[in-house]
Structures are given as C-alpha cells and as structure tokens.
Design a protein around this ligand. Structure first.
Ligand code: URA
Length: 444
C-alpha cells in the first residue's frame, strides 16, 4: 500500500506501533533509495525514543533480512556457524574466534559491520590490511566457505543491504543504543548470512549500548527468539564492557593484538591480554559446541586451545586474508600494518588501585583520534588509537604505563592523553577485577 514517509515518522513520534506493511514499505524504500536520509534518520530517532513492540521488531528484522538474498549454505556444509557482538570497545573477538573455530573443522560464514558510535567494527579493523575487501558476491561467499571454511563479509547489495544503509545512518545520528534497532540490525545479518547456529555476544557496561545486565538480557532474549523462530540454533553470552576488551583500541592496533593472540605470544610489541584470550576461547568454544562438533564445553575449549597452540588458527586467518585480497605479509610481519606518525607512552601520576574505567569515553577517544567516523561514509585513520594495559582491580605505581597513544597530530595526542587520564579512576582501596561474563541464554 502506498505510504507517506512523514506519516510513519509522526506515528512513531507519537508512540504508535507501525504496521507490518509500513515497516516493509520503509525498508524497501531505503534499499531502493526512495527515502531521503533525513526522513530515515527522523524515523530512527523516533524509534530510539518510542521503542518498538515485539511484533514490530520481528517485522523490522524480517524486512531487513529479506532486503537482499537469504543464503542457504547447505550445499556447502551441513552446519555453518556464526557469531556476532552487540558492539564494544577493543572488541576484536571475531578476528581470533572465526579462524580458530574454522580450524576446529566448523565452517564459519560471517557478515560483520563497520564502527558504530564509540564501538569499533570488524570490517574497519580488517581494512587495516592492505587490499583486504569485505565485498563478496554470493557465489564467492559460498566458494570461499567451501574452499577454506571461513568467510568474512560486510553488508552488500546482495546481503542485508537495508542494514548497510541504516547502520551507516545510525552511526552518525545518535540512534545506535536502541534495543529494536540493534536486534533487527544484528539478526537481519545473521538470518541473511545463512548460518545454522549463532552465538551472540551481548555486551553490557559503559562501553556498550546496553547499560544494565537486564537490558542486555532483554536484547539477547529477543534475538535468541527471532533466531529460534527462524529455525536456527542460538546461544547468547552476556559479557562485560565496563573496560575495553584486551589492551588495544584502534583498527590496526587491534589487528596486531589479534595476531599476537592467535600466535599466543608477544608480537611486534603486542602482548596477549589474558581477558581477551579468555573471552575469545569462551565464545569460540560455544560456537564449536553449538555446531555439534563435540558434546561438552570443556572438550570444545580444549579443541580451540589446541588449534591456537598448533598455529592452525593463525593459518586460517592468513588464508582468509589472502582469499579476500589482503596482503599476508602484514599478517606475518604486523609491524608492516599502518603506523601512526606519533607514538607516545603516558605514565600513571599516582599510585593506587584502578577502580573504574570509562570504556565509552575511551571508545569516543579513539573516534576523535580518527579511528571512527563523525559523518556518514567519512574516511578513517587505521593507524591511530591506543594500547592501555590496565584493568579494573590492578594496583599501579606512579610511573607505570597508563597507555601508549598512536596519533596523527600533536593536538590529537594531547586531547587523547587528557581523555584517557580522565577515564581511569584510581583509589587507595583495593577492588575486585570485573567478571568477564554475567549470564548465558539459549543453548549454552
Ligand atoms: N552490531 C550490529 O551489527 N548492529 C548493531 O546495531 C549493533 C552491533
């Protein structure tokens, strides 16, 4: 039925539920380029404030999933697994987990996104590698999955194109932290990507879009239900984002940290952060378990760890980089990845226990350094960011390293120093380290 976009905006602005027809008309209009960005942005903001009921969220997800093709991968493998994070600071989990799971003999077909607000995006990180491309048509997606057991694509004109458009708009219009918009964005990609089993990593905390465990649980629950209703096996982990994951924040720096983690050693000055490895091995083990490769989580963990220890995960990562046009010399020698002109280590000024880290502020610090976007489609600087080997609960002495900042200019470096110092609270009383996970839903 013909609609007028302004009527949808006004209806949602005033708190009404949109009909299935209206939602499908909107999503189709976005993909066909009939709806100008300013009207889409207005509707997104109305949804941000007014929310969507369960039925609207399901319709939005389905309309976005069906805005392109829905892959059927059963001619490639009987069970393909996927994972997705709801977004966090320093979250380079996919770069480690995907090759490790593939190295365990479980094919991983994954569609990722770019940076979103203060949270980095897998595609932006991978594009730090010269020549690497997320643009794969359906035939190549399948062929690569068949050939090497892993593929990492972005939203394309074939796969979840509506999410490609809306995601880029949400990034720059302050409309990211909305449960229905996140659920539809993530699950449309997961349904279109064709995986049989999906592990969701739903983050909670100052560096996440969900501020409380309850809100994260609600988001996880609706995504698990949408997936299960579509016949997928689903698991969701609720994980901590009250401090960055690992040490590195910024695209090439995170790729280096991921390579170091796959190697299990210090690489080009990047050590393996214990929290990041524990997080990665847990997510990977859940993927291996959900795919039915082994009967228990303990066995899945052993399989994943052995794949890392044998170097098979690193080999898979290398194969994926090569298959998607990337320069594997930068994987073998991470020091060849983009380097910022200015690198400076800043020290702690007073002794104390780290009691709080404002991960969200740190994410925005990376964006301001140039690692993320202020405008739709803007270029980013892959080299900039920081490495902060500091966790809540650590006891620090004056003079210890607080962070090493990688910046494009002196002004940006000084701004980042001020922001990083302000984001870390030191007190005299000890505090416990933060847990990595709070809860699990679905088949865990
Ligand atoms: N990841 C996505 O793909 N979409 C969101 O909205 C948030 C995280």
């Amino acid at each position: 039925m013909a609609q007028r976009m302004v009527e949808l905006i006004e209806a949602k602005r005033d708190g009404a539920a949109l009909s299935a027809d209206q939602i499908h008309w909107f999503v189709q209009g976005v993909v066909e380029g009939r709806i100008p960005d300013y009207q889409s942005a207005a509707l997104l903001m109305a949804i941000y404030f007014q929310g969507m009921n369960r039925q609207e969220t399901v319709e939005l997800t389905m309309a976005m999933a069906h805005s392109g093709d829905i892959l059927d991968l059963h001619d490639v493998a009987p069970v393909v697994v996927d994972k997705h994070s709801s977004g966090g600071v320093g979250d380079k989990t996919t770069l480690v987990v995907q090759p490790l799971v593939a190295a365990c003999g479980v094919p991983v077909g994954k569609m990722s996104g770019r940076g979103l607000g203060p949270s980095g995006g897998t595609i932006d990180k991978m594009e730090s590698i010269r020549g690497w491309s997320p643009e794969l048509d359906l035939a190549r997606f399948k062929q690569q999955l068949r050939d090497i057991g892993l593929v990492l694509s972005g939203q394309t004109s074939d796969l979840a194109p509506a999410d490609g458009h809306l995601y880029a708009l949400r990034d720059v219009t302050g409309t990211v932290p909305s449960t229905p918009l996140i659920a539809a964005s993530i699950m449309s990609k997961k349904l279109a990507g064709g995986a049989d089993a999906v592990v969701l990593d739903v983050k909670v905390g100052s560096g996440a879009f969900m501020p409380t465990v309850e809100a994260a649980r609600d988001l996880a629950q609706i995504m698990v239900e949408i997936g299960e209703d579509a016949g997928r096996r689903m698991a969701a982990l609720i994980s901590n984002m009250d401090e960055p994951l690992g040490y590195a924040v910024g695209n090439a720096l995170e790729v280096k940290e991921a390579i170091a983690t796959l190697r299990g050693e210090t690489t080009a000055g990047m050590a393996v952060p214990p929290d990041f490895w524990e997080h990665a091995v847990t997510v990977a083990a859940h993927m291996v378990l959900l795919a039915g490769r082994v009967p228990s989580l303990d066995e899945a963990r052993s399989l994943v760890t052995a794949a890392r220890d044998r170097g098979d995960g690193l080999q898979k990562f290398r194969q994926m980089v090569a298959a998607q046009g990337g320069d594997v010399r930068q994987v073998d020698r991470p020091e060849l990845l983009p380097q910022a002109p200015l690198v400076e280590t800043i020290a702690v000024k007073r002794a104390g226990y780290v009691t709080r880290i404002d991960a969200g502020a740190l994410g925005w610090t990376a964006v301001r350094l140039g690692a993320g976007r202020a405008e739709k489609g803007a270029a980013i600087d892959h080299a900039v960011g920081f490495v902060m080997p500091v966790k809540v609960g650590d006891r620090l002495q004056a003079g210890d390293t607080l962070a090493t900042i990688h910046a494009a200019s002196d002004g940006a470096l000084r701004d980042a120093e001020e922001a990083i110092r302000a984001a870390v609270t030191l007190r005299d009383e000890p505090v416990e380290p933060l847990p990595l996970f709070y809860d699990m839903l679905g088949e865990t």
